[in-house]
Design a binder for this molecule. Sequence first.
Ligand SMILES: Cc1cc2nc3c(=O)[nH]c(=O)nc-3n(C[C@H](O)[C@H](O)[C@H](O)COP(=O)(O)O)c2cc1C
Length: 218
Amino acid sequence: MDAFEAIRTRKAVRQYTDRPVPDAVLDRVLRAALQAPTGSGSQAWSLMVVRDEARRREVADLVIAGGAQYFAEMRPRGDATPEEHETACVAYAEKILPTYRIAPVWVMGLLVPRHNYPERMAGGGYTDDLLSVAFAMENLFVAARAEGLGTVPTSAFQRFEKDRLRAIVGLPDEIDPVLVTPLGYPESFPEGLPPALKRTYRGWRSLVHDDAWGNTRD
Ligand SMILES: Cc1cc2nc3c(=O)[nH]c(=O)nc-3n(C[C@H](O)[C@H](O)[C@H](O)COP(=O)(O)O)c2cc1C
């Protein structure tokens, strides 16, 4: 699969099988991730690979519970009481994400501060470090797709419980698990857009401006 095909067919995968990922395949994907550009060449990043069964399960439980919390914040409550709404959101997260518990690998993209920027550049340096982790993770998602592996960038689901996520793998407070993803062979790769996104999706021509703002290709 060439790079364009891998980029085009990479999709957020939320249903996994328990098929093991061979070590050599995993290493190829991890190395591709860390070939991303990094601001000032700082390498203010690391990848946490979670394969231990008990720890994987803890991460999955946390992400699924975080998902329920995310839905409770984002979805309209309607006539339901807060308790009914919460129960419905837990049930929904359990319905759509249960295979997170069998995915054979989780990877966390970590921002590891290197304290290498002078004080007056700390803000910009932080942004560069954050962008660099994102680039590494996108490399990982695309390389995984080329290997037939699914991923899903996940931030919101663990945002509520970052300290608990840190505790599972022994991360010091200053290390930020920016994004996490299951990594595993999917039941299938999603195609097209889910209906909810289709309604608001902006096509590429409306997002490309030639020479001046507003001069889009649509
Ligand atoms: C920064 C970022 C954070 C995301 N966080 C979550 C998340 O917490 N949970 C989730 O299921 N998907 C998450 N996603 C996945 C997006 O929902 C998904 O990429 C988007 O809907 C487009 O679908 P596609 O990736 O299949 O093209 C995140 C994506 C990005 C880029």
